[in-house]
Design a protein. Structure first.
Length: 277
């Protein structure tokens, strides 16, 4: 049994908390908007920190992380380990890591891949940015919500890997949207397109999962367009720091931004297909 506090009960955090509770872990939760159905609830981030030595964070963006860390700061001790699973920008990772170093606690840069259904089953994949000894110490905890853990390198490496893989996901779904629109215009069914993709070198779990939903215009949220738009912004900031200008990623980001402004922000990012409706 592990004693942890989970901060952030969105699509992922809520499911991870329930899954870990089902495994017998002692889980204290906190969310900005109080949620029912959890046996141990903290009134504030500071109270959540006081309840456990291991803190798992699933927040939306950098602003949320910075705000919550400020509220946690006074309760943190050198015994605490912060597992930050939020997808944020590299500059904020560095800032939070430095903040933890000043307190003496441990910061682990640990974003994940996986959406609603993997979270329900405790089958996320974590990209861990930390030293080897810390990762081995935290591995038993992380294994209660994951099927695999990739050691990406030191603090920051996990975030770099997460941002570029999300960039690939966004551009792939944009390509699927274009292919779907073209083939349907020529009377080729989405089912046949899916079969063709599955027999091609471009076959992927993402295409197999997203394409049927996109064809049916089922945009129930597994990973929201707004979150993917946000990660696209972070990926471009990451590239710019090294003088790289990724044109395809920039174009897809602009499309996502437009669709968010048109009211699709909380739909699944498969709603990129709607630009052709």
């Amino acid at each position: 049994m592990h004693q942890v506090s989970i901060l952030g009960l969105g699509i992922i955090g809520s499911r991870i908390a329930r899954h870990m509770i089902s495994l017998g872990d002692d889980v204290t939760v906190w969310n900005r908007t109080p949620r029912e159905g959890y046996p141990r609830k903290a009134a504030s981030p500071a109270d959540a920190v006081r309840a456990s030595r291991i803190i798992q964070i699933y927040l939306k963006d950098r602003d949320a992380c910075l705000e919550v860390f400020e509220q946690m700061r006074g309760a943190l001790t050198p015994e605490h380990v912060i597992l930050n699973h939020s997808t944020i920008d590299l500059a904020t990772v560095d800032k939070l890591s430095l903040m933890c170093s000043g307190i003496g606690c441990t910061y682990v840069d640990c974003p994940f891949t996986g959406s609603r259904m993997p979270a329900e089953k405790g089958e996320l994949v974590y990209y861990a940015g930390t030293d080897s000894s810390t990762l081995e110490r935290m591995r038993p905890v992380l294994e209660h919500s994951s099927k695999d853990i990739l050691h990406a390198g030191g603090v920051g490496a996990g975030t770099v890997v997460k941002l570029v893989t999300n960039m690939i996901s966004a551009t792939m779904v944009q390509s699927l949207s274009e292919a779907l629109a073209i083939t349907q215009a020529y009377g080729i069914s989405p089912q046949l397109l899916g079969q063709a993709i599955s027999r091609n070198v471009i076959a992927s779990p993402l295409a197999a999962f997203k394409l049927p939903l996109m064809a049916e215009r089922d945009f129930s949220t597994h990973f929201s367009l707004d979150n993917m738009r946000k990660d696209g912004v972070y990926a471009q900031e990451l590239a710019a720091e090294k003088g790289i200008q990724p044109p395809v990623a920039a174009l897809v980001s602009s499309i996502m931004d437009r669709l968010c402004r048109e009211g699709h922000a909380e739909e699944d990012f498969g709603c990129l297909a709607e630009q052709f409706d």
